[in-house]
Design a protein around this ligand. Sequence first.
Ligand SMILES: NC(=O)C1=CN([C@@H]2O[C@H](COP(=O)(O)OP(=O)(O)OC[C@H]3O[C@@H](n4cnc5c(N)ncnc54)[C@H](O)[C@@H]3O)[C@@H](O)[C@H]2O)C=CC1
Ligand SMILES: O=C1[C@@H](O)[C@H](O)[C@@H](O)[C@H](O)[C@H]1O
Length: 340
Amino acid sequence: MTVRIGVIGTGMIGQDHIRRLTHVITGTEVTAVCDLDTARAEEVAASVGARALPTGGAVIDAADVDAVVVTSWGPTHAEHVLAAIAAGKPVFCEKPLATTAEDCLKIVSAETAHGSRLVQVGFMRRYDAGYREMRQVITSGAIGAPLMVHCAHRNATVPESYTSAMAAQDTAVHEIDVLRWLLDDEIRTVQVLRPRRTSKRYAHLQDPQIMLFETAEGVRIDLEVFVNCQYGYDIQCETVGEEGLVRLPDPAGVAVRSAGRHSTAVLQDWKGRFENAFDTEFREWAETVAAGTEPTGPSAWDGYAATVITDALVQALESGEIVHVDALKERPAFYGGASR
Ligand SMILES: NC(=O)C1=CN([C@@H]2O[C@H](COP(=O)(O)OP(=O)(O)OC[C@H]3O[C@@H](n4cnc5c(N)ncnc54)[C@H](O)[C@@H]3O)[C@@H](O)[C@H]2O)C=CC1
Ligand SMILES: O=C1[C@@H](O)[C@H](O)[C@@H](O)[C@H](O)[C@H]1O
């Protein structure tokens, strides 16, 4: 069976996912798209033989759409995800699930009332081969109980519209999800340290930031977010346990020896770094849609937890204090039972 997909939002990542669903993944086709920029939607639709429809609602309700991909701006996600649940259609929503915890909870309630999972959130790092292997090592017990995790999330540059709060909402949100999943643990406190600001970027921006987390099990996590590091896109993660450690590999690249130097290239953006992860993410999601089974990736609950924790980080950035993530509710049985 070919899964017929409707895509809401044909901007940067929407176009990348449409390419993926058309040319990389087998068993999927994009049949309908929409965008506020109708000319862009028409152009993208024509390039893959799809129809451009006027609104997200029209895409969701279309008879030739079996499942929906939401790649519009974050504040519009909740509306589209809720409409897809009301239509009983599987929906893959790029991060964030919603920009407020309240909207995330509306989605959780709607999905729970529907009675089975329909929503998957686009936290693609769970599909990265390195993170998957790291999780296997941790769960196998090979390094003993995890004690500390050291992470870095560096982007070469960001546009001027990027704000200090986005270091949590847009960037660290990926670590928040992948760390909860890696450790099978919940983040309970957060703190943000403000190092000297880089002079290479905008005066309004606190960059870099050091985020500190403590989990329910007492694991301490430090995360450097530096979104104007200049030299490239660099993701680091090292988990230290009682009996050893496991470190994320750098992406493979040829080693060049020339002019007295031995070097390998550093990737420049997330598209290249996580390309294989995005492919696997969509392949596995489409398989569940084709089989009529529940999605197995990050759930609406994970989307909710990520939003609550990023809210706490923004509060911690402003106050300089340790913030307890008290707002996070207990995970319902529908999503796998009580979190710690
Ligand atoms: N997983 C990841 O690593 C990444 C995820 N993202 C997420 O993907 C989403 C989209 O980001 P980009 O593609 O970078 O943004 P973008 O601005 O390039 O594209 C968004 C598109 O959505 C359209 N749009 C906005 N509201 C709409 C609505 N109600 N109906 C139809 N179209 C609408 C806009 O006109 C625009 O063309 C964001 O939520 C972002 O956080 C973005 C980059 C990487
Ligand atoms: O999701 C992403 C962007 O929105 C964000 O701006 C970047 O910092 C992340 O590295 C990327 O994965």
